[in-house]
Design a protein around this ligand. Sequence first.
Ligand code: ATP
Ligand code: MG
Length: 298
Amino acid sequence: MTTLENIPSYLDQTPDVAARFQRLVERPVALEVKGLTKRFESSRGAITALDNLSFNVHKREFTCVIGPSGCGKSTLVRILAGLETATSGEVLVDGKAVSGPSPNRGMVFQGYTLFPWLSVKENVMFGPRVTGTSSVTAEREARQWIDLVGLGKFENAYPHQLSGGMKQRVAIARALANQPRVLFMDEPFGALDAQTRCEMQNYLLDIWKNVDITIVFITHDLDEAVFLSDRILVLDANPGRFREMVQVPVPRPRHNDQLFEPTFGATRKHIENLIHPPGREQKEAPVLRIAKPDPDVI
Ligand SMILES: Nc1ncnc2c1ncn2[C@@H]1O[C@H](COP(=O)(O)OP(=O)(O)OP(=O)(O)O)[C@@H](O)[C@H]1O
Ligand SMILES: [Mg+2]
């Protein structure tokens, strides 16, 4: 019988999954993070957002980063993308040190960041045009990326004519148009409703399958992390430190029915226990009572 106690046994890898991880770690390292520390000076004193963080991501790996709010996930991804400098430590992409933004690192944020005055096609062409690609080539390539995210019929639409999910698909196409080696995504589906979010996760896995890209994806959502990832980097908070790199033993290709399978549940539970260890005291929320206690309303 399945009990809560024996659920972790489902974290054992089947031979197929173990072989997949063996192949994964034999691939070249795409992203190397070495002893990364980030301190912010503020009027309230110094804050250490990240403390001596090290990990590797292999070529074409899908890695999620998860951890409590404020543990430094966005800070990490901004440093990896070259949008922020580290206090100490080093980040290498394909063996080269990151010292600023570059087209070989793409970024998709949670907020909708399309240029509202440009059409879908013009948004996607924007990066390649800035880096000197001719308008004919940029337009031809933009169409391919727009088709890849399933928005071929909307290439002349403007962002205000699109749903939230469609806007994020354009944001992904725009990031891919620069042909980055690594794509960093900071809670890209965080503002979407549950059903659209689920559709977008499936879209993203299809895109990942069809494009030579390594993905580092920040999320708060445990199901999303398990559904998407090969491995999940779990961070501790205050300061943000390495907790564990969890290998996700759920077979690929992924499909939504796997959410109800024991291996999926066990992986999710394992990560939840890392983030909120059982027995660690939860802060009591202040009680504001403006109605009489009622035993049926609890
Ligand atoms: N520019 C800044 N100046 C000062 N402190 C900052 C700055 N940016 C982030 N911090 C601090 O660094 C810590 C990590 O912030 P960060 O936004 O990276 O966390 P996060 O894990 O992304 O949080 P969330 O899950 O809520 O998005 C927090 O304590 C935050 O207050
Ligand atoms: Mg954040």
